[in-house]
Design a protein around this ligand. Structure first.
Ligand SMILES: Nc1ncnc2c1ncn2[C@@H]1O[C@H](COP(=O)(O)OP(=O)(O)OP(=O)(O)O)[C@@H](O)[C@H]1O
Length: 322
């Protein structure tokens, strides 16, 4: 059976004024049915651009797919007409955003909003949809009497729960969560993550979890893809990549997590600045920040290659070590 989402050699550019940001530079990514994939990388690495491309929702005129393909359930997203795209968005793929206020309409009660999503994709009466909305709110831990409240009457964590209920309204096959807990307090973050974990267990839908936070990926995902300057530089099972990172960037990300047990050593950090998508270097995009960079790294782009048990790494040093 074809993977649920298959992205091949995807290139995306944003054109603003005279500058062109090369946001994605040959992304290859696969999500299998029922699989949770974490996508991690620094700010500006291209995580949101991957999600928007999969939904064909890049900002018009500014964002352009300049190469590659995206297959959802074996069908080319880039060739879909308006009707098929509408059917895919919401019915098959749902997205949870960082700030739920931006996706909730302040003029409608949360019950009305969730019912509207349900009725857009399923032929149900208003009463039946309201009942389903009530069930969904209960599923995410919100009492049914709050169905008639407006978004501003909820706290940040509760709004994110409403956002999750709306995203689940049509039983999506793929849920994309873009930094869903970044705007929340840590205690609320933990509750939302626990909720997402439970939902994944119960519903067995696929998940693309976009985050800066490696802890979230360790909690929720089976696979992880590390992205740097619009390229996947390491990919594999969470267990393998986290215990045996092979790319210097992944090692840097993992080394930057404070360890509360043992002696308090200085945190490792990745030298230099995040790559500028308008001024990307030749060769390996990470080479200006890499302590092991060679002449070859400055000239050639290392391909993503497998080093056993589905662990992929894009680094010449790995290639030479094997
Ligand atoms: N609408 C836009 N116009 C111009 N450039 C953009 C636009 N959206 C994104 N970019 C650029 O594309 C690159 C990738 O951005 P993207 O938002 O996908 O990164 P990200 O990894 O999701 O970052 P963050 O973690 O900060 O959300 C960045 O260099 C960003 O500045």
């Amino acid at each position: 059976m074809a993977p649920l989402l298959e992205i091949k050699d995807l290139h995306v550019e944003y054109k603003t004024g005279r500058a062109t940001a090369k946001a994605l530079n040959g992304i290859n990514l696969t999500i299998e049915r029922g699989e949770a994939l974490g996508l991690v990388g620094e700010t500006g690495a291209g995580k949101t651009t991957i999600a928007l491309s999969a939904l064909k929702l890049l900002p018009r005129e500014v964002g352009n797919i300049t190469g590659g393909s995206i297959l959802f359930d074996g069908k080319s997203v880039l060739d879909m007409n308006h009707k098929s795209l509408e059917e895919m968005r919401g019915n098959k793929i749902s997205m949870i955003f960082q700030n739920p206020l931006s996706s909730l309409n302040p003029l409608f009660t949360v019950g009305e909003q969730i019912s509207m999503v349900i009725r857009k994709h399923e032929k149900l009466s208003k009463k039946e949809a309201a009942k389903r909305a009530q069930e969904l709110l209960e599923l995410v831990g919100i009492a049914k009497y709050r169905l008639d409240d407006f978004p501003h009457q909820f706290s940040g964590g509760m709004r994110q729960r409403v956002g999750i209920a709306a995203a689940l309204a049509c039983n999506p096959e793929l849920l994309i969560a873009d930094e869903p807990t970044t705007a929340l307090d840590v205690t609320i973050q933990a509750q939302i993550l626990e909720l997402m974990k439970e939902l994944q267990r119960k519903r067995s839908s696929s998940l693309l979890m976009i985050t800066h936070n490696l802890g979230i990926i360790a909690e929720l995902c089976q696979k992880v893809a590390v992205i740097y300057a619009g390229t996947i530089i390491e990919y594999g099972t969470v267990e393998e990549v986290f215990t045996n990172p092979r790319h210097w960037y992944t090692k840097g990300l993992l080394g930057a997590i404070p360890n509360l047990s043992g002696p308090r050593n200085r945190l490792a950090f990745i030298p230099g600045n995040v790559a500028n998508a308008c001024l990307l270097p030749d060769g390996c995009k990470f080479h200006p920040r890499c302590n092991s960079c060679t002449d070859r790294c400055r000239k050639e782009v290392p391909p993503l290659q497998e080093y056993g048990s589905g662990h992929l790494v894009a680094c010449f040093e790995r290639e030479e070590a094997n």
